[in-house]
Design a binder for this molecule. Structure first.
Ligand SMILES: CC(C)(COP(=O)(O)OP(=O)(O)OC[C@H]1O[C@@H](n2cnc3c(N)ncnc32)[C@H](O)[C@@H]1OP(=O)(O)O)[C@@H](O)C(=O)NCCC(=O)NCCS
Length: 179
């Protein structure tokens, strides 16, 4: 795996495994979604984006700890102002497995693969800078990226190999490849 994100303490390699999500994970992921975000989950800005554009199954991963499903992340191809990239989320770890590094391992893995994809300029998300900052995400210009639902501008973060991306990315969220 290419290391694009800043170094972060690793979990023991024998405990953590990352694999592609399969249809057999759907019910588990939906349950975890409800546990993680509650009834308000369908109104979240990132959910509204995912309603309009399909996830990329080749960029949806499950982290297992000692062979047991622990965490999930999904990426959705999008464009912003004509630049193609991905929306990351939801990222969720089963409460029984939190603080063991599964979440950040999934973010690193998904970002490294996504930013290696042809034409992909960024990974965007709505989340806490305290968590995602050490994983390479920085704030975007407040209100520059227009979501289909209200969003706290301070939580709109981007990760890119282009150091100007955070200050220049702007516009409506559209379909990947159609910008
Ligand atoms: C956020 C979440 C995915 C982290 O999963 P995880 O597997 O426990 O994450 P990691 O083990 O990689 O990292 C845990 C560390 O991040 C910290 N952390 C977790 N959420 C945080 C947040 N919102 N802000 C800052 N730090 C956070 C933990 O306190 C822990 O710190 P420590 O290592 O000093 O003990 C998990 O708490 C979760 O599913 N939360 C509910 C859903 C959610 O909020 N998802 C993110 C949406 S943006």
């Amino acid at each position: 795996m290419t290391a694009l994100s800043p170094a972060y303490p690793a979990v023991p390699a024998d405990a953590l495994a990352i694999r592609l999500e399969t249809p057999a994970d759907d019910d588990w992921i939906e349950n975890l979604h409800e546990v993680s975000f509650g009834p308000g989950r369908f109104a979240r800005a990132a959910f509204r984006v995912r309603e309009r554009f399909p996830i990329d199954p080749s960029l949806c991963f499950i982290a297992e700890l000692d062979g047991v499903r622990a965490a999930s992340v999904r990426l959705t191809p999008i464009s912003v102002g004509g630049i193609d990239g991905y929306l990351l989320g939801p990222l969720m770890t089963d409460p029984a497995f939190r603080k063991q590094g599964a979440g950040r391992a999934l973010v690193r893995h998904a970002c490294d693969l996504a930013l290696g994809r042809e034409g992909a300029g960024f990974v965007l998300l709505v989340g806490d800078l305290a968590y995602y900052g050490p994983l390479g995400f920085i704030p975007t210009v407040p209100h520059a990226i227009r979501f289909p639902a209200p969003v706290d501008p301070a939580r709109v973060l981007v990760h890119s190999l282009d150091e100007n991306m955070a200050t220049t990315l702007a516009g409506d969220i559209g379909r990947f490849g159609k910008g």
